[in-house]
Every structure is written in C-alpha cells, then in structure tokens.
Ligand binder design. Sequence first.
Ligand code: C2E
Ligand code: MG
Ligand code: MG
Length: 566
Amino acid sequence: MLEQTGGHTKVNRSSGDARCAEPERLSSLLDAMPIATAIVEIRSDGLFDIAMANTLFRKIDLSRHGNENFAVFTDRIGDFAGSDEMLTQFDWRMGCKIAGRDFIVSLSRLAGEPATMVLVSLLDRTNQLQTEKSLRREMVSDALTGLPNRSGFEEAVDKALSQPEMQEQQFAILLIDLSRFGRVNEAIGPLAGDELLITVARRLQSNLRAGDFLARTGGNEFSIFAKVTSGRLDVHELARRVRACFDNPCRLSELKISIDCAIGCAIQKNGKVDVEDAIRHAQIALKQAKLSDRTEIYEPQVGTVTRDRFSMETQLRDAIERDELSLAFQPLIDLKSGAVAGFEALARWHHADGTIGPADFIPIAEDSGLIVPLGRWAIQTAAQTLADWDARLGQLIPVYVGINVSAIQLARDDVVGIVRNAMTDAGIGGERLMLELTESAIIGDPDRAMAVLADLKTLATRIAMDDFGTGYSNLAYLQRLPIDVLKIDRSFVQAMAEDNDQAAILRTIQGLAESLGMQTTAEGIENKETERALSLLGCTFGQGYYYSEAVDADAAFAYWERSLKR
Ligand code: C2E
Ligand code: MG
Ligand code: MG
C-alpha cells in the first residue's frame, strides 16, 4: 500500500488484496506488460493505494526521491480520477535534476471497473533523453575546441537576443579567418594544426568581455558575438584585442608558428535582422577583409565584392589557358662587382582591367590548385626565355634565372620531372636555374622536401630559400638541406634602412649563412645607402627597385646589355 500522511509518503507494498474483478487474470496481464504498470485505487481523501503492481513497477522506489515531485504525481492521478477522461499522459521526473529518472506516465480507466480504479504505467525514458541530450550537445558544439559550432552559435545568438536587456540593443558578429591556415596545416601536419586551433581558441576566449561569446564556425573560422554600445568604435576595439591574440607566435613543441587573421564584422540592431542575415553580412565583410588586409565592417553595398574572388578564380583559369600570363624579370646584382648575376622571374597577369600582381593572384592559385599548371608554365617559360637570350646573343648569356616554386606545387607536383623537361626542351643546363622556395615548402613534409631537393641537385640546379626570416626559420632543417642562397626578406632590409639596430639581425643572418656555406641575396634594396650597408655586411647579391623593377624579357635583356657598358 502506498499512503501519504502528514506530508510524508510511505510505501507499503502488497499486491494481494486487489479490489478489482478477476484479480488473478489482471495480475498476470500486468506481469506480461513490458513496462512498469500498476492499478491504483483512489481513496476518499484523494490519495491512493496500489491495488496491484507488476514486478517492474515494484522495482521503482517511488518514495525514495522526495516529496516534491511525488506530490505532482499523486495530484495528477487525483485529477484524472476526478475527471471524465479515459486516458491521459504526462512527463514526470522522479527525483532531482541530476540523479533523477524521467518517465512518461500514462493513466487510463479500466473497463468494467469503478472510476476510482486507475491503470498507471511508467515508461522510463531517462536513457533516451540522455542520449538525445548528448547528441544535441555534439550537434551544436565543435569536438576539437569544445566551443559552439555554427548551429550552436546561431542558437546562442538567438538566445542572447531574446533576453529582455538586449531589446533595442546593438550587437556585432565578428568573423575571424585564420589567414593561410590551410597552408600552415599542410605544412605542419593535421595534429599540430589541431593544436594550433586549440591555442587560438584559448587566446580568443580569454580576451572576451563578459557576455560576449566565441564559437568555431568553420575549419579556420571563429565567430564572436558581442554587445555594442558605441558602434564602430567598439568593434575596432574588439578587433584590436582579437589581433593582439596573434601578436605572439604559437609554440607547438619545437615549432613557433606565427599566424595572422582577417576580420569581418556586421553591426546590427536587435530586431532589425535575423541571425542568419547578420552572419551573412559579416561573411561579406570578411571576404572583403581578406582582400584589403584590414578589419572590414559590413556596409550594405559591399555585396558585389564577394563575387570577385570567385570570379577571379574562374578568370585566372581562363587566363592560364589563354596565355594571358607573362613573366617579368628583375635583376639580381652581384654586390661585389656590380655585375648582373641573374634575373628573378615574376609572374604577371595581363587582365582587361590592368596588370594584376602575383601577391593578388598567387594565393588564389594556391587555394584553387591552379598553382600547379601556373607553376609548370613559369618553369617552362623561364627556361625558354634563357634559351631565347642565348640565341639572341649567339652564346650562353652568363646570367641565371630565379624561378619561384610554391610550397603547394612542391608537395603536389613532380617538380623534378617538370624542371628536367623544361631544361631539355629549352636546351639549357641546370646550373643556370635557381629555384626559389619558401620555408613553408620544407616544414610541412621535411623528408619529402629533402628528397625533392636532393633530386633537383642531381640536375645541378641551385636552390634559394626565399623570404628568409618570415617563416618558421627552423635552423635544424636549413643545415641539412642543400640550399645555396638565403634570400633575406625585404622587411629586414627595409627595417635596417630606417633603424640601425636592425643591422644586428642582418649581421646574424649573414653570419649564419656564411657558417652554413650559403650565399645571400638581400631583397628590397631601394637606395644607394642600403646597398652600401649590405655590401659591407657581406651580402652576395642585391635585388630591388634601386636597380630595376621587374621588366619584360626584352627589357631585361637590354638591361643586361647596358650593364656591360657601365
Ligand atoms: P618574391 O619571390 O619574394 O619576389 C620579390 C617581390 O618583391 C616581387 O614582388 C618584387 O617585385 C618585389 N620587390 C622587388 N624589389 C623590391 C623593392 O625594392 N621594394 C619593394 N617594395 N618590393 C620589391 P611581386 O612580383 O609582386 O611578387 C610577389 C611574390 O609572388 C613573389 O615574392 C613570389 O613569392 C610570388 N611569385 C611571383 N611570381 C611567382 C611564380 O611564378 N610562381 C610562384 N609560385 N610564386 C610567384
Ligand atoms: Mg622569389
Ligand atoms: Mg622573396
């Protein structure tokens, strides 16, 4: 029997004294039920006794879980008995929020029995609810960082905006895209890439104000929801704090990885747009930020810009097929003798709207895979140009040609085969080519890079490490690789021109190169003083506007001819 006295519930179990007809038949029917089921009899005081219960029901200790929820249970049964309903169902939690169990309770009448007799069954759905809950959690969160994912972010924004204090309040959605993450990931491997994402997530999270929140809304994209009180000023301040998270390189075991980001933002007034629109607006701003290299805040008319990058990819594909690319050649000067030692081949795209520089289209080529045909074309064309100059001179022109090879091409293409074919087709020797690679080309898969460089060496080509000092600068690899020339990035050269202290860095790089038996090329020499300083430091070659910009093949040949007379 189950009775409630003075606010306390006592359970006295006895299924024997059923007051229903054919108690044995009912009892065996109840026992055959796959869920906890009992027949209860409502008493005149509104409480009830259990007249009969199956084993599953008896196993549930209804009294153990405290009175509060139990009162709900008894009240519902009392209400049902007093009504003329035949069947009702309700959700009921037995016990506390954490350790309780969840049931669907069904109450029904028994045909041929008095209205005071009620059939109660309890369907335990605790496990089902827990599974649903964890599935939901998985659906709305990012497994790697534990942050909300895109769905989770949209939900959280919706929820934040429905708070009373957010009515009529301005808010911002900030999208943060880790620049070149795809390439960094490719270079350092997916495990380290994951670690990098976790580090970035942690840094961003620790820079948030109370009430703002962060999500990982894409592979290399994070989103922040922030309350805004003073419009664009607030957003720029927030963007400044986000950028500060990227000031210091991330340490991943022995690597130090510098990563940058593009930030696009939409400011909205609550109630004016829905969440999806706000995010879409921020995406438009982000696309523009990737091109402009600064924080962009959504302006309605920006919509057209987004199509540009996609159309640029299509146009670049056509341009490669239609031969609308050319190579320009920038002289490399021997700083000791002043002679022209070689030319670096730099790609140019002659577009209907004007010439587009490689800084704008090489990243698109790399992201889209077009870098492979583009790179092949550059190697072929550079070798052929050298052969043309030979033919014009009637003998071998004593200059080498530097050719840029992207890390992506090195990883995906048969660079050795391409170079060998280009040499054969043009009839030139490998010692007249200098392949320029960046540090990222080596760091991703050092063993593969090492093998490719060794094969290139069998063709007698020389190898330059381009933009040295801006990448990962892993000296351990440098030492083991057959690198002939370190090209010191122009940021160091130009910093030295402005600040003499910077000369110390250049001296160190020069010393390092010498101790490894490498030559150096200083990039970005724009005036006589810089040339003199670098020459004194011992740099081997110089390159920069001081000598010449990159010019077409004919002009480069003429430049070389003129240099003989100087
Ligand atoms: P890079 O290999 O470091 O090439 C040097 C860049 O510095 C060139 O920019 C050149 O025009 C610029 N430069 C040279 N002297 C000066 C100077 O005195 N001052 C300043 N401010 N800049 C100077 P460009 O032609 O825009 O090329 C940019 C980058 O695009 C190149 O950097 C290279 O990484 C890449 N690139 C160019 N052509 C190709 C190509 O055919 N294949 C691949 N994979 N990459 C290429
Ligand atoms: Mg280069
Ligand atoms: Mg360079």
